[in-house]
Ligand binder design. Sequence first.
Ligand SMILES: [Ca+2]
Ligand SMILES: [Ca+2]
Length: 320
Amino acid sequence: MQTRRLLGAAAAALISVPLFGAEASAASRGAFIWDGEYWGFTYDAFEQGLTAGGATKVDRAPALPSDLLAYNLVIVVLPKVAPSSAESSTLASFVQGGGALVLVSDMQGYAPEPSPIFNALLPGLGVEARFAPGAVYSCGDTSAIEAHPLTAGLTAFHFAAPDYVVPGAATTPLVSTGDGNLFVAVEKNVVLLGDSNPINTFVCAPAEVNAPFFADLPAFACDVDGDGAMNASCDGSDPDDLDPSLTAPGGEGGSGAGGEGSGAAGGSSNQAGAPPNGESGESDGCYVASGATSLSKLLWLSTALFAIRLRRRSAGCRQK
Ligand SMILES: [Ca+2]
Ligand SMILES: [Ca+2]
């Protein structure tokens, strides 16, 4: 959406005129969470992290606004229905205009399943990566984190039973499970997160270790290609913020030096969608089941029915 960029550029130009404050462009630095509203999930720590990372406001609603000009970061969480053609167009325009989009899926147990909904949406966004069914039902931390501006500050990543990400040629892997299944990745300005537990208040809720990721998202929305030059939504004038040829995949730290746990356990050599090697080695005992799909599904659904009770029980998880 050229309009966003033009408006941002115009706003940036106005800033040089003392009579006009910075409000005009700062108004586009909000974050919007499009929330499917499953089982009363909330996103308190995530929302606080977005604010800490520079989002000027964080809104959350079950309906997508037709006008996203106030936002440079949109997070779509566990959609309950497929986006309409109008909503798909709104998201595509947002992405084409340089806005950062995060798609949050999860393992089986939702109706309808979010991953197929996202996979139908991704081609229209120009993204090659796809979600694939996860296979391990466990909760814990992984240190298989690639060096990238979106993972800056992370020493571990807390997750629970993710769907996986099948990367395309232009996809940059970010986080994999301990057994080598990629579940967080980025392709240009679209982030694929195969798990909602890292950001919501459900069982195995986001541990403090995920806070850097929350704060990294608004910074990413300001500088998608990681070259240090802000785009128009953040008062900058980087004209090619979406051009990956100007920044090597993986960002400045992509060569492997100084990475946070890079390549420690499986790293990017994922075989997304492949059967896991037995049970996850990352379990912290919050809850663990075998990899059998039927059992996983049963446990997942029963867990959902007793969400509130289990949320209390998960206090021990949060303290990890
Ligand atoms: Ca999950
Ligand atoms: Ca940039």
